[in-house]
Design a protein around this ligand. Structure first.
Ligand SMILES: C[S@@+](CC[C@H](N)C(=O)[O-])C[C@H]1O[C@@H](n2cnc3c(N)ncnc32)[C@H](O)[C@@H]1O
Length: 271
């Protein structure tokens, strides 16, 4: 088992971080995401999670943003029963299972082939799997191009250079007639600062992303994206579950849009 992991690149290995954060949320007394399956996978996978230097606020923030992305998917498919859903850089996230989609929809989980091999071993098959490098040209080939698409990318932006993330967005919106693209967005400052966090240091990698502060920036990527919503999660009702003093600090930050953009944030675009 261990050898399968040591062959992963640091970027691929980051999937253990988000898996572990979901597991820790589930083990907490009052979970936000409640993902029992991630907890189960984390317990049996045999990865040394202790080496990832996680701090409690990461558990809360990750659980909250993942829950919100789940809700965006559920809202989209409720209005588009023939939708395709894409989870870009799915890692070991059982999002398709959490979202429990209606039968007319098709779900595609995309990540590197090495990652999908681990996924197949530890997660029940609940979706189509596409093993590909998302910075390549042809990863959308097998995915229906005539249906509305809901595309989510949870924790992917930090690992792709700005140019590659923009190119990926153009490839996406060139493929589908219409849809939505939602992801957690970082500011340039967040991405710079993340390199000094225990987490990125323990993964022995640096962030590659460029980031943006103004959520309208992606409208200029040439990808037909129109901002539908910016979710500043410092303002989410679930902040009530954060322990003091983090709750008070988060609520203080919520007063400022500028500060909140540098925190836990999801952006959603229509195309
Ligand atoms: C932080 S993990 C997040 C995984 C998952 N979305 C989650 O929330 O648990 C980032 C994931 O993006 C994938 N990834 C990064 N760059 C990629 C690329 N160029 N092509 C495909 N997958 C990529 C990694 O392999 C990894 O699984």
């Amino acid at each position: 088992v261990e050898s399968a992991f040591t062959r992963l690149t640091p970027v691929q290995e980051s999937l253990f971080l988000t898996l572990y954060l979901r597991a820790l949320d589930h083990r907490s007394p009052d979970p936000i995401l409640r993902d029992a399956l991630s907890d189960e996978v984390a317990r049996k996978i045999g990865y040394d999670f202790g080496r990832l230097k996680v701090v409690p606020s990461q558990v809360l923030d990750l659980a909250l943003r993942t829950k919100r992305l789940d809700e965006l998917v559920q809202e989209f498919v409720a209005g588009h029963p023939d939708a395709v859903v894409l989870d870009l850089g799915c890692g070991l996230d059982p999002r398709a299972i959490r979202c429990d989609l209606p039968p007319g929809t098709d779900w595609f989980d995309l990540d590197f082939p090495e990652v999908l091999r681990i996924r197949e071993r530890y997660l029940p098959l609940a979706s189509h799997q596409v093993g590909a490098d998302l910075t390549g040209p042809d990863w959308l080939d097998g995915i229906p191009a005539d249906r509305p698409a809901m595309v989510v990318a949870d924790g992917l932006m930090a690992f792709l250079t700005g140019e590659r993330f923009r190119a990926m967005a153009r490839t996406l919106t060139g493929h589908f007639p219409s849809g939505e693209f939602a992801f957690n967005a970082y500011t340039p400052f967040d991405l710079w600062a993340a390199n000094y966090s225990g987490t990125f240091r323990s993964l022995h990698t640096k962030t590659a992303g460029e980031g943006f502060t103004d959520p309208h920036v992606p409208e200029g990527w040439g990808a037909r994206l129109t901002l539908a919503e910016e979710l500043l999660l410092t303002r989410a009702p679930e902040i009530a579950k954060y322990p003091r003093p983090l709750r008070d600090l988060t609520r203080l930050c919520a007063h400022s849009t500028w500060i909140s953009r540098h925190g836990n944030r999801i952006v959603r675009y229509r195309f």
